[in-house]
Write a protein that binds this ligand. Structure first.
Ligand SMILES: C[S@@+](CC[C@H](N)C(=O)[O-])C[C@H]1O[C@@H](n2cnc3c(N)ncnc32)[C@H](O)[C@@H]1O
Ligand code: SF4
Ligand code: SF4
Length: 331
């Protein structure tokens, strides 16, 4: 314990004196030190200056092995993707052009369809988040966290994501050697299962579950969309469940309250996500305004990102700051 504390203190001192030693530490294989270094990056940016973009979101592939009903990606026209070498070169170029980037999110399509490339890419950034459908075994990645998409208990999951993979996804997500969070996009098909879902997953190895809402396409009144009043009632249920589940529900109370209909559209119409995160499609091109593409309806956006940014960077809510820290470090 004493040795661990000394190691942490030394790590912080080193990080404070030379904040750009991440690569050295990572290559030396000391992921814990790299995480401390990353924390220092975040604290420094938070208190002194926030450089944008903070992060990059990359569609690592245009391919997917599922056909989910709610998926924005399937509605985008991404018919080709860069080869492995071209992808790496493009990401290295972006890293050079945007030195403020410390966070990379890897998605698609299904990013684990390009597992070897993914493993090479995460080495380029201090903090990584891999968003995956969890159907393929997850590689061991220490400088990052997995977000496995599970949209409810089996019956509800299958109504959104299709049949035959639920058990496999649950097996793949139930590991304690890497940091894994579950992310659930609520829509009209699955919103009823929140309580049963939390109950089913609470005894697994995952860090917790994060809830967001389905984002529709602009001008389309589709059947998956939950309106403001419906979302408000669900948010109240989740806030109530937080009394029982605490931080196992990853959304902070402050962020959840910002998602309520009285304030949500004000936040999403001046969304900071496009400034904070650069989004790159599978061809290496910048896509606007965010990963969800040009047709996403910002006024009805259910993504947690705009609310988390608002809560952490603008309002500086302490519960949201601690949530982000826990999300990436596990404590
Ligand atoms: C496009 S997927 C790519 C990564 C991976 N294939 C997966 O499913 O996790 C990224 C995330 O976006 C979510 N998503 C897809 N369409 C959405 C929509 N219309 N509104 C909100 N979230 C959506 C998915 O549930 C998933 O968590
Ligand atoms: S697995 Fe991900 S990318 Fe594939 S269809 Fe589902 S949400 Fe879209
Ligand atoms: S769709 Fe949502 S996250 Fe994307 S720019 Fe609009 S409000 Fe922001």
């Amino acid at each position: 314990m004493l040795a661990k504390n000394i190691k942490h203190s030394v790590g912080i001192l080193i990080a404070v004196s030379r904040y750009n030693i991440f690569n050295t530490l990572y290559l030396a294989g000391d992921e814990e030190m790299a995480l401390l270094n990353t924390l220092y990056f975040l604290i420094r940016r938070f208190f002194f200056k926030v450089d944008f973009p903070l992060g990059i979101s990359v569609d690592l592939t245009n391919r997917c092995n599922l056909r989910c009903k709610h998926c924005y990606f399937l509605k985008q026209n991404q018919s080709t993707e860069l080869g492995d070498e071209e992808s790496l070169l493009r990401i290295q170029e972006l890293k050079k052009n945007y030195p403020s980037v410390i966070h990379a999110a890897w998605l698609g399509g299904e990013p684990l369809l390009r597992k070897e490339l993914l493993v090479q890419c995460v080495r380029l950034f201090p903090i990584n988040m891999i968003v995956t459908n969890g159907t393929i075994e997850l590689p061991v990645i220490k400088n990052g966290v997995f977000n496995v998409s599970v949209d409810g208990t089996r019956r509800y999951y299958e109504s959104v994501r299709g049949t035959g993979v639920y058990d496999k996804v649950k097996d793949n997500a139930n590991r304690n050697d890497i940091r894994i969070n579950v992310t659930c996009v609520l829509n009209r098909l699955n919103a009823d299962c929140i309580e049963a879902f939390l109950d089913e997953w609470k005894n697994t190895h995952i860090q917790g579950i994060s809830f967001s809402f389905y984002t529709p396409q602009r001008g389309i009144d589709d059947s998956l969309y939950l309106d403001g009043a419906q979302k408000d009632r669900i948010i109240d249920r989740i806030l109530n469940l937080k009394k029982e589940y605490g931080n196992f529900i990853i959304n902070s109370c402050s962020t959840l309250k910002l998602m309520k209909s009285t304030v949500s559209s004000e936040i999403t119409t001046r969304c900071m996500a496009p400034r904070a995160f650069l989004s790159i499609d599978a061809k290496g091109k910048i896509k606007n305004p965010c990963v969800m593409g040009s047709e996403a309806d910002c006024s009805r956006c259910g993504c947690v990102v705009p609310f988390e940014i608002e809560s952490v960077l603008r309002k500086k809510h302490i519960d949201s700051i601690l949530t982000v820290k826990k999300f990436y470090t596990g404590h």
